[in-house]
Design a protein around this ligand. Structure first.
Ligand code: 5GP
Ligand code: ZN
Length: 119
């Protein structure tokens, strides 16, 4: 991947982002269109298309993404009131950027898990 992938370009510093935490293997930055008072995207620096590919290909790296998300949740003061961590995946999941990212959402009550009851 690389130049074709928006989030690889953010990792490379080619596109600016408001970075809130960086580790050797992960990056966390604020979503450009926040859906909650806190809306941070957490990604592995290495390119994986989605959470299934990441978890199957490198489970340890998937764990590092979760650990970074937890550290950001703590930094942002979300641990007391809670938060939501979400991986949109594929067409039905509404994924738009195909470099795996966890959405960390919080800072206000987030409402129901889904806008509509699809069951
Ligand atoms: P998805 O729908 O793939 O789960 O989420 C993609 C997210 O990336 C969206 O919430 C969108 O606002 C965010 N996004 C898209 N382009 C950019 C960008 O250039 N910079 C940042 N920081 N976020 C972006
Ligand atoms: Zn990428």
């Amino acid at each position: 991947m690389g130049s074709d992938c928006l989030f690889c370009r953010i990792v490379a510093g080619e596109i600016p982002a408001t970075v809130v935490r960086e580790t050797a293997t992960t990056l966390a930055f604020r979503d450009i269109g926040p859906k909650a008072p806190v809306h941070v995207l957490v990604i592995p620096k290495e390119h994986y298309a989605d959470v299934a590919t990441l978890a199957q290909g490198d489970p340890a790296l998937a764990g590092e993404v979760l650990a970074t998300a937890a550290a950001v949740a703590e930094d942002e003061g979300l641990l007391g009131d809670g938060f939501r961590l979400m991986f949109n995946t594929g067409a039905y999941g509404g994924q738009e950027v195909f470099h795996v990212h966890a959405h960390l959402l919080g800072g206000a009550p987030l409402g129901p898990m889904l806008a509509r009851d699809l069951a």
